[in-house]
Design a protein around this ligand. Structure first.
Ligand code: AR6
Length: 169
């Protein structure tokens, strides 16, 4: 089941909240900053404890799991979407970011997960294209009984996601 919500993802009542992070997993602006502020310093400490190679804790398209600090969720799944105009196949990497996050949710037996619009902020992904990839990937994931929420921050994004979901169903 996919549910579309206009609002702040830090308020989501789900097992896992997905963070649109950067490869360092050390925080940033946008939704990443909001999640770290709401979760508190325990989240940053959990990220710092993850293995890193040359400062990279999570390559683009992959995902990593941590506890969620002060958030009501049990886990934060940190994933890294592509910077739209800096990679050859941004659509493949965006789909992979969603797939990697869903795999971690399944492995950890989550019943519910909340996604933001990965790469749709400073990473510059066109929102209609991103909505199609996000929703199509989730619809094809076939994880039984996983309740998937999308938190769209801006009303216009909610409209785009709703329109895209209707066209895919
Ligand atoms: N709840 C839900 N969505 C939000 C929230 C929120 N509280 N705040 C912003 N958004 P962005 P990216 C939306 O830039 O493009 C960070 O600095 C926002 O309107 O957060 O993947 C990281 O550290 C947009 O639609 O993520 C990386 O360096 C969407 O979240 C970089 O930004 C994603 O925007 C990642 O860039």
């Amino acid at each position: 089941m996919i549910e579309l919500i206009c609002g702040d993802i830090t308020q989501a009542k789900v097992d896992a909240i997905v963070n649109a992070a950067n490869c360092s997993l050390l925080g940033g602006g946008g939704v990443d900053g909001a999640i770290h502020r709401a979760a508190g310093p325990e989240l940053l400490a959990a990220c710092q404890a993850l293995p890193e190679v040359d400062g990279v804790r999570c390559p683009t398209g992959e995902a990593r799991l941590t506890p969620a600090g002060n958030l009501s969720a049990q886990y934060v799944i940190h994933t890294v979407g592509p910077i739209y105009d800096q990679v050859r196949h941004p659509e493949r990497l965006l789909a992979k970011a969603y797939e990697s996050s869903l795999e971690l949710a399944e492995q950890t037996h989550c019943n519910s997960i909340a996604f933001p619009a990965i790469s749709c902020g400073v990473y510059g992904f066109p929102h209609d294209e991103a909505a199609f990839i996000a929703l199509n990937t989730c619809l094809n994931a076939e994880i039984p009984n996983l309740h998937i929420q999308f938190y769209l921050f801006k009303p216009l994004d909610l409209t785009i996601w709703q329109h895209t979901l209707n066209s895919l169903l």
